[in-house]
Design a protein around this ligand. Structure first.
Ligand code: AMP
Length: 169
């Protein structure tokens, strides 16, 4: 159970939001270990070749998971951060839009990718991540999250890609 390590911070970053703070989880050796082992068990590691994480908290869990399994890690980043040729995807937020990018040669064609982020809310971020991975010719096999806000029904945006969460609110 990882619930005990997640701190609810009310009205952050703005009024009305209950922010799920993962820093108590990260700073506790048992909590960090449980979360990485949980992600490793959620999806058969033989079903994917590389782990892809979305900036920025997806980097923390995704990189640790990849290292734990002896796999490589692919970062999906905010615009203007990746130095090489990129594919980019813009998606809707509650107010305005956001964009994420991936290196066009990050995964070889047909490569099987496990997608990782810390939290599934509306699903817009991961939906854009799935589009990016497909755009560069790779195959997203599953999505993993530490936390899922199920009342926002983000799974509906992930199509037929299975989603796994260590903790559901
Ligand atoms: P969404 O695109 O709505 O699924 O939002 C997912 C992204 O926003 C993830 O990268 C999360 O880190 C972040 N996020 C959204 N809502 C929260 C929340 N209540 N607490 C912490 N992070 C959140």
């Amino acid at each position: 159970m990882i619930e005990q390590y997640i701190r609810d911070v009310h009205d952050f970053p703005k009024d009305g939001i209950v922010f799920k703070d993962i820093t108590p989880l990260l700073q506790d050796p048992e909590g960090l270990n449980r979360s990485i082992l949980g992600l490793a068990e959620a999806v058969d590691p033989d079903s994917y070749d590389v782990v892809c994480g979305i900036e920025s908290r997806g980097f923390i869990f995704g990189t640790a998971l990849a290292h734990h399994l002896g796999k490589g890690f692919i970062p999906i980043r905010k615009p203007g951060k990746l130095p090489w040729k990129t594919a980019s995807e813009t998606y809707e937020l509650e107010y305005g839009t956001d964009t994420i990018e991936i290196h066009v040669d990050a995964v070889e064609s047909g490569g099987r990718v496990l997608m990782v982020d810390d939290l599934l809310a509306t699903g817009g971020t991961m939906e854009a991540g799935l589009k990016l991975v497909r755009r560069i010719g790779a195959v997203p096999v599953a999505c993993c999250f530490v936390i899922e806000l199920s009342f926002l029904n983000g799974r509906k945006l992930l199509g037929d890609v299975p989603a796994h969460s260590l903790m559901t609110v």
